[in-house]
Design a protein around this ligand. Structure first.
Ligand code: ADP
Ligand code: 5GP
Length: 207
């Protein structure tokens, strides 16, 4: 990886509720960074806007888009379909924009396997603790226990995917985590993280 000045792909993944959407939005405020707005069959949350947070579409329309080959990647997550539009990504990246993706490990695998000509950096976000993750999910989902339970159920499976990512970071204090990510992004691909420490942290989350 030479430089991330122009036209790179940055993927953020995490167990649901760890904070990747918050971080993606913060990163996108930097000049020349743009979010890949996904399509989803999930219903919008009260604060979400069509075309800004997601393109909210029906299952039928989603299936049509799959058939037409419109997705760079797509996956079923928590009973809903999510996908990244090839066209939207290409339009932005060909203008030299850095594109930030908030997608799960299935989509990340698909993009990695495509060996695209663009620089690619994958980042995995961990919560500081399981209790804090639950707290964040309860806050965001307005205590909708069905949704919270479903997401907590997938937590362990998602967590174990951290090993597939280039950089892994704990989102405890938001600003600190954001700064760490920006440092890695600006560091022209030269970075490292303490694997042993992360491994121990993951084990503590699994207990
Ligand atoms: P994800 O996209 O990983 O599912 P979100 O970005 O939606 O997670 O964050 C889940 C909730 O946690 C949101 O209410 C968000 O405001 C909050 N949150 C995110 N990062 C932090 C943090 N570092 N400290 C406290 N709350 C946070
Ligand atoms: P949420 O419903 O909380 O917005 O997202 C649920 C999960 O779907 C998160 O892990 C999020 O990263 C993932 N996701 C969102 N958009 C996409 C996408 O376009 N493709 C894939 N593969 N996952 C996505």
């Amino acid at each position: 990886m030479s430089s991330f000045k122009k036209g790179g792909i940055f993927i953020l993944s995490s167990p649901s509720g760890a904070g990747k959407t918050t971080l993606v939005k913060k990163i996108s405020k930097n000049r020349n960074f743009s979010i890949s707005i996904s399509h989803t069959t999930r219903s919008p949350r009260p604060n979400e806007k069509n075309g800004k947070d997601y393109f909210f579409i029906s299952k039928n329309n989603f299936k049509k888009l799959i058939k037409k080959g419109e997705f760079l990647e797509h996956a079923k997550v928590f009973d809903n379909y999510y996908g990244s539009s090839k066209k939207l990504v290409n339009e932005k990246i060909n203008k030299g924009k850095n594109i930030i993706f908030d997608i799960d490990w299935q989509g990340t695998r698909q993009i990695k396997n495509k060996n695209l000509k663009y620089k690619l950096l994958t980042i995995f976000i961990l919560p500081p603790s399981k209790s804090e993750l639950l707290k964040r999910l309860l806050k965001r989902e307005k205590k909708n226990m069905k949704t919270v339970k479903k997401r907590m159920k997938e937590f362990k499976k998602d967590l174990l995917k951290w090993k597939e990512y280039d950089f892994v970071v704990i989102n405890d204090k938001l600003n600190l985590c954001y700064k760490k990510i920006m440092k890695v992004i600006k560091n022209k691909g030269k970075f490292s993280f303490d694997r042993n420490f992360i491994n121990k942290h993951v084990k503590s989350l699994l207990n």
